[in-house]
Design a protein. Structure first.
Length: 95
């Protein structure tokens, strides 16, 4: 389960799973990497996100994580693209 970073943002790991690389680039956020109660952010080419599932996150945490993704999406995309040939989110899932 690849993590984008080893540290947590607002107490949440940012990661993706090997079975979800068939979709467009996205970021799961959860306290651990079990996906229980995880949030899911799809990432667009400009670093903006759309949220599919907010999980346990409150609005403040969502805002902080979105801002972090926006500031770091290019580095995150490099990690994503090593495992997936699907690019950024374009308004529809690629699976």
């Amino acid at each position: 389960m690849p993590k984008y970073f080893r540290f947590k943002i607002c107490g949440y790991y940012l990661y993706f799973t090997s079975h979800c690389v068939i979709e467009a680039m996205h970021v799961h956020a959860s306290e651990d990497t079990t996906q229980r109660g995880s949030a899911k952010f799809f990432v667009m080419e400009n670093g903006d996100t759309t949220i599919e599932n907010k999980g346990k996150l409150n609005e403040r945490e969502i805002s902080i994580i979105r801002s972090f993704i926006k500031d770091n999406y290019q580095e995150m995309y490099e990690i994503w693209s090593k495992k997936s040939h699907n690019g950024f989110y374009r308004g529809e899932q690629t699976n």
